[in-house]
Design a protein around this ligand. Structure first.
Ligand code: PAF
Length: 285
């Protein structure tokens, strides 16, 4: 596996790779969720490029950019073992100079939920991902469904800006108790780790209620507001940020669910000071 830090070198290496080229953009601190993306790219593409770049544009002023876990040596070993051909790991100054000013403004898919709570986040993600797409020029890019709104924003960017790349969404990888894998899980102490599972349980509850038809035992099965209140009550000691039900392409919170429709229960909550996000897919009856 080649390890590359310079954009010019990445461009040159790309020209020598066999097509189709699969690309897995990451911020490093790789876990089994990332490994599943690399394995999928490896299975579907002739060449695989992974990037490790902790993107400063997607962190707010009081967020965890400085303490975000960085483990480039271990990441590099993991990627080599998984069969990646190239690891692109640029420094922040290689990607963004003090003169860099242009940015991607995402559309309405970024307006609510994560976009409302973290105003810089999706513009920062989209700007970095667009640059990475232009540098790597892959045929396919692999993203985790765990960051479902990010996946929707990237799909919409690719559609709206006519980018010549296929976006592949891959299933969330979970711990045995249901907690979605995330590099930020490393921040959790033992109590917080035990409590963290309450987020996926709350989302499962919403999905279960709204995917069953109302009946004598559950006459309010389709009442979104009630169902979300019930799930919120099951969160403590996690601190609620939001729970919502959305169409997976639009990401606007719904108060009524249409019949026979694939939807997502999405949520964010704090375990101590660590912010967790997750989502569960379901279909209405
Ligand atoms: O999901 C991530 O790790 C990041 O948001 C991404 C897509 C690599 C962009 O920096």
């Amino acid at each position: 596996m080649k390890r590359i830090a310079a954009i010019s070198e990445m461009r040159a290496a790309r020209d020598a790779l066999a097509a189709p080229v699969g690309f897995v953009p990451t911020m490093g601190a790789l876990h089994a969720g990332h490994a599943s993306l690399v394995a999928r790219a490896r299975a579907e593409c002739a060449s695989v490029v992974a990037s490790v770049f902790v993107n400063p544009l997607q962190f707010g002023p009081h967020e965890d950019y400085d303490r975000y876990p960085r483990a480039l040596a271990a990441d590099s070993e993991k990627l080599a073992r998984l069969g990646a051909d190239v690891l692109f790991a640029p420094a922040a100054a290689e990607m963004f100079t003090p003169d860099s000013g242009f940015a991607v403004t995402p559309g309405s898919v970024a307006a609510h939920l994560e976009g409302a709570r973290r105003p810089h986040f999706f513009s920062g993600v989209a700007t970095a991902v667009l640059k990475l797409f232009n540098i790597v020029r892959a045929d396919r890019a692999y993203f985790g469904q765990k960051d479902a709104q990010q996946l929707a924003v990237i799909r919409q960017m690719v559609a709206d800006l006519d980018l010549a790349i296929d976006v592949v969404g891959c299933p969330t990888v979970r711990e045995s108790d249901g907690l979605a894998l995330s590099s930020r899980n490393a921040y959790l102490n033992a109590d917080e780790r035990r409590e963290a599972v309450r987020l996926s349980r709350a989302l499962e509850l919403i999905a279960r209620r709204l995917s069953s038809a109302p009946n004598a035992l559950a006459p309010h099965a389709q009442d979104v507001t009630r169902v979300i209140q019930e799930a919120e009550a099951a969160l403590p000691p996690l601190k609620l940020d939001y729970l919502a039900v959305v169409d997976p392409r639009r990401f606007e919170p719904l108060t009524r669910v249409p019949p026979k429709t694939p939807l997502l229960a999405v949520g964010a909550a704090f375990a101590g000071t660590t912010r967790l996000i997750d989502n569960v897919e379901f279909r209405t009856p």
